[in-house]
Write a protein that binds this ligand. Structure first.
Ligand SMILES: C=CC1=C(C)c2cc3[nH]c(cc4nc(cc5[nH]c(cc1n2)c(C)c5CCC(=O)O)C(CCC(=O)O)=C4C)c(C)c3C=C
Ligand SMILES: [Fe+2]
Ligand SMILES: [Fe+2]
Length: 387
């Protein structure tokens, strides 16, 4: 029988407090997370932002036991998926490939090549596609594939996003219903979906389908839940000075409090495991915002983690993918992004899009240099060791 592998893609998180700095450096070094006009700026800026954020981020990780539970939960999901596939008659090795921390995607790829995997299913553990999450992992895999002829012999299938999968929707509905039923009047509880945000320009300029997939997913979960509750969708975890998708979770909670909502359940929607943004940001920070705004009963729906219906959803996704036609990683990426040829790389004279882009890049560079000088009190050239 052919050797089948499943590669679970995820973000990764620091296992202990000392890992927070290097984890943040890896994250901000990714051009899919911070988009800069010049690639040589990426590493010094990543170092600067990571250094400035480490202490605050460590404080947050301290509040959830000193590290991220992401590795443990993702590995448990992998084991449960292996058993479920076996029960459905499909033997498969499961590999976990994290983008910014151990076990890195490169480590998973090295292992699956050593195991002589012949058919591989690439399954991101993000229900909805974003350039900043699944997109970043697909780009990395595409690069690894192009560099390694051994990998090119593996027949692979990519699952770009899967927020419509019926067992996933059913698992989410069941988890929400369980939480609603803890209230004396379940039907009058406000259901509050909190998605991880992305900068607004990802959607409006770069063609990220993330917002549309989040909105559709929310509507499908409400349909599956089939209860009369009112609901709201908002975006959390904004980082940096630019505008992100709105409404922001804290503003929306304050608004609902002011309108007199007393009972509320929060549903984390863009991630399938507990992590810092559920355990710290929602359970601690947003609970405080809600209570100060007059919301008296605040509960949170757990992430799907290893819920049997959710694991069944993952198994069905793998089985369906094995039967489907192959698409190249680069094709999947282009298909998901509503492709805009941006930015144009070729210089053209006159008042052209290209000239506008180059003007923009030069202005951006000046602006970034100014911001760096304002924050650090030192000029950019000093910082990167030129002066
Ligand atoms: C679908 C989920 C996620 C999207 C979209 C996303 C985009 C995104 N994130 C940052 C910046 C940070 N993310 C951080 C942690 C983090 N992000 C996600 C998920 C998505 N990110 C998860 C699951 C985690 C946590 C992992 C864990 O440790 O449990 C962090 C670090 C934590 C902190 O300091 O707050 C940063 C920073 C950006 C800029 C972005 C889109 C461009
Ligand atoms: Fe994030
Ligand atoms: Fe956060």
């Amino acid at each position: 029988m052919d050797r089948v592998g499943v590669l679970l893609l995820n973000l990764g998180g620091p296992d202990k407090l000392e890992d927070v700095g290097p984890f943040l450096y890896n994250l901000f070094s990714d051009p899919e997370i911070i988009r800069l006009p010049f690639s040589w700026l990426q590493k010094p800026l990543a170092w600067l932002i990571a250094s400035r954020r480490t202490q605050k981020s460590q404080e947050n990780y301290k509040q959830i036991g000193g590290g991220s539970p992401l590795r443990r939960i993702t590995e448990a999901q992998g084991e449960a998926l292996k058993e479920q596939l076996q029960a459905l008659g499909q033997e498969a090795n499961i590999y976990v490939g994290m983008r910014y921390w151990h076990p890195y995607t490169e480590e998973a790829i090295a292992q699956l090549t050593q195991d002589n995997i012949e058919h591989l299913v690439i399954l991101p553990l993000y229900p909805q596609f974003s350039i900043s999450t699944s997109g970043s992992s697909f780009r990395l895999l595409d690069k690894l594939w192009q560099e390694d002829p051994k990998l090119q012999r593996i027949e692979y299938k990519v699952i770009p996003s899967w927020y419509k999968q019926p067992s996933y929707l059913q698992a989410m509905a069941e988890l929400i219903a369980q939480e609603l039923d803890q209230f004396p009047n379940p039907d009058s509880v406000h259901v509050f979906f909190s998605a991880h945000g992305v900068p607004k320009n990802y959607v409006e300029e770069a063609g990220d389908p993330y917002q549309q997939e989040i909105e559709e997913c929310t509507a499908l979960i409400m349909q599956t839940l089939n209860r009369p509750n009112e609901h709201t969708l908002a975006y959390q975890s904004r980082v940096g000075p630019v505008e992100w998708l709105q409404p922001y979770t804290d503003d929306a909670l304050e608004e609902l409090g002011a309108k007199g909502v007393k009972d509320l359940v929060v549903v984390p929607i863009s991630f399938v495991s507990e992590h810092i943004e559920t355990l710290q940001e929602i359970d601690i920070e947003y609970r405080e915002v809600a209570e100060e705004s007059g919301i008296e009963n605040f509960r949170r729906v757990p992430a799907p983690n290893t819920h049997p219906l959710f694991i069944r959803a993952l198994a069905d996704l793998v089985l369906d993918a094995l039967k489907s036609p192959s698409l190249k990683l680069s094709q999947v990426y282009q298909m998901k992004k509503k492709v805009r040829i941006y930015p144009p790389e070729r210089w053209e004279w006159g008042i052209t899009t290209s000239a506008e882009v180059w003007n923009g890049r030069i202005a951006m560079l000046g602006f970034i240099a100014l911001v760096i000088e304002l924050i650090t009190g030192r000029g950019l050239l000093h910082m990167i060791g030129i002066l």
